[in-house]
Design a protein around this ligand. Structure first.
Ligand SMILES: C=C(O[C@@H]1C=C(C(=O)O)C=C[C@H]1O)C(=O)O
Length: 264
């Protein structure tokens, strides 16, 4: 069996610890959505417009929206600071990123390398812009584009990290029961893998919990007694729907794709 004689790091990797991290990541996702909901949709930020961006800029951005420019340049800076040397991080524009200034940390990799590079950020970006943003941001334009883009980047990074965490979940599940997963992997049977890795009761709990968290995190807090505040900053049912329809299914699809490469 692979990974026998496991290191100290490996011993920290179990389903409980991975799930605990997913629970904590819910907080980051919900807070990032609450922050984005502070700004109106600010559509001009996302429109391709060559005139808006100076031609003197380095030609790093083929797409000329201020949003794309902001994400690319932010990722380039974060790449230099070493963000993408972490196996938990995936860039939205991974091509031509600058090298990290410092050598990467000398950790034994936890993930099996063929699946470690799975990156579905293009899908996440599309979903975010086309489906999620219109649900959480009010109509309008307040011209606050840079702050809005910074807030978008935070939402995208928290969502991306959670969804790609499926690689770690899959690795743990495989290590816990290689004899269950191996036949389905060899048969390239996506449906069987999906069935093996799915825990419906866990999913139901998550959807309820994120709805409750959105209620608690998204209410105005004052010092009056008995305040029954139902004016939430992000609609809790949208957060639950986000998880049920996109976050969980995408995390599972990352798990399936990772497992399919687990024996390569
Ligand atoms: C992440 C897991 O795998 C699956 C996906 C889940 C999710 O994305 O939240 C929850 C339960 C499982 O169906 C897990 O088992 O914890």
């Amino acid at each position: 069996m692979a990974h026998q004689g496991s290191s100290y790091l490996d011993s920290l990797l179990n389903l409980e610890s991975v799930r605990k991290s997913l629970v904590r990541q819910e907080d980051s996702i919900i807070f990032s959505l609450i922050e984005r909901a502070k700004y109106p949709i600010n559509s001009a930020l996302y429109e391709d417009d060559d005139d808006k961006i100076s031609k003197d800029d380095p030609p790093a951005h083929s797409s000329a929206s201020l949003f794309h420019f902001f994400i690319r340049e932010s990722e380039a800076l974060q790449a230099k600071a070493g963000r993408y040397t972490s196996p938990e991080e995936n860039a939205f524009f991974p091509d031509n990123l600058p090298s990290p200034l410092l050598p990467p940390p000398d950790h034994t990799p936890v993930l099996h390398s063929p699946g470690a590079s799975i990156n579905i950020n293009e899908k996440i970006l599309n979903l975010y812009l086309k489906t999620l943003l219109p649900l959480i941001a009010a109509d309008g334009d307040n011209g606050n584009y840079a702050a809005t883009a910074a807030s978008d980047l935070n939402c995208l990074q928290t969502l991306s990290r959670r969804i790609h965490f499926g690689k770690f979940v899959a690795e743990v599940k495989f290590r816990d029961a290689p004899e269950d997963y191996t036949p389905a992997i060899r048969a390239k049977d996506r449906e069987a893998l999906m069935k093996l890795l799915t825990f419906e009761s866990v999913e139901e709990m998550i959807k309820k919990r994120v709805e409750k968290k959105a209620m608690i995190f998204g209410q105005d807090v004052d010092l009056k007694e008995n305040d029954s505040n139902s004016n939430y900053k992000v609609d809790p049912s949208i957060v639950s729907k986000l998880y049920g329809e996109w976050v969980i299914p995408l995390t599972k699809s990352v798990q399936v794709e990772y497992l399919l490469r687990r024996l390569d």
